[in-house]
Design a protein around this ligand. Structure first.
Ligand SMILES: Nc1ncnc2c1ncn2[C@@H]1O[C@H](COP(=O)(O)OP(=O)(O)O)[C@@H](O)[C@H]1O
Ligand SMILES: [Mg+2]
Length: 228
């Protein structure tokens, strides 16, 4: 369970303060596909950063599996991220001169996994996103949807328990975007928490829960039964 308890985040911009989150409380259980919607500037990305332990709140608490993430050192936060969190961004952030396989293996190599083991896990992750046939291609040779699937494979290669995707389909056409979201949703079958920021109402229809943010606060939450 990921719990945000009265989370505030204020950015200092020179003389002015930007109150990006103003008292957000949420409880996200495993095996749930949740979507965050809200206008630009409503605090969606800030919320994702705090959920994924990329940043710390100004006040309030973020807890994961009973552990208070706000008390961790920066080293412990990095460890938490690399073992528990898979990030997917709008920009795929793939390394241009590496193949799909090498891109996916990279996080493992950075964690001192042996090259052989990293390759095996990367193959498996690429297989999961349906890209086994494209493993030796460099990003430039892949479509936008394929590149995002490589990025998803990379985010999954550590077998994280939480997948955070910030507008993952922003650069994709609607059909490809929906395919990507269905793929992300599948990981809730393995008890993962999947949290996705999107502007697409059709994607929100696929979610177990839709959280609407407005001016740094949860304006409303909608729970829905979705066919799987
Ligand atoms: N690193 C930062 N420094 C200063 N202000 C920021 C920073 N990140 C976000 N903000 C501000 O915080 C508010 C919320 O931003 P953000 O979380 O990115 O919203 P969203 O993702 O919903 O567009 C905005 O006003 C934005 O300008
Ligand atoms: Mg954003």
């Amino acid at each position: 369970m990921l719990v945000l308890n009265d989370v505030h985040k204020t950015y200092q911009m020179g003389e002015t303060q930007v109150r990006a989150l103003r008292g957000v409380s949420l409880e996200l259980p495993p095996a749930q596909f949740s979507v965050i919607m809200g206008h630009s500037g409503s605090g969606k990305s800030t919320l994702m950063h705090l959920a994924g332990c990329l940043d710390v709140p100004t006040s309030g608490h973020v807890e994961y599996g009973g552990m208070d993430l706000t008390t961790l050192s920066s080293r412990e936060r990095a460890d938490f991220r690399s073992s528990e969190v898979g990030f997917v961004f709008q920009k795929y952030n793939l390394v241009g001169n590496l193949t799909a396989l090498e891109n996916v293996a990279l996080p493992l190599l950075l964690r001192n996994t042996t090259a052989k083991q990293a390759q095996a896990q990367a193959r498996e992750a690429l297989d999961l996103v349906g890209l086994k046939e494209r493993m030796t291609h460099r990003p430039a040779k892949l479509s936008g949807g394929e590149q995002q699937r490589v990025a998803i494979a990379r985010s999954l290669v550590n077998d994280p328990t939480m997948i955070l995707a910030d507008e993952p389909t922003g650069n994709l056409d609607t059909t490809t975007g929906e395919r990507i979201l269905k793929l992300l949703r599948r990981f809730t079958d393995n008890d993962k928490i999947v949290l996705v920021v999107t502007h697409n109402p059709e994607i929100a229809d696929m979610a177990d829960r839709v959280v609407y943010l407005r001016d740094g606060q949860v304006e409303s939450q909608q729970f829905q039964e979705v066919a799987r």
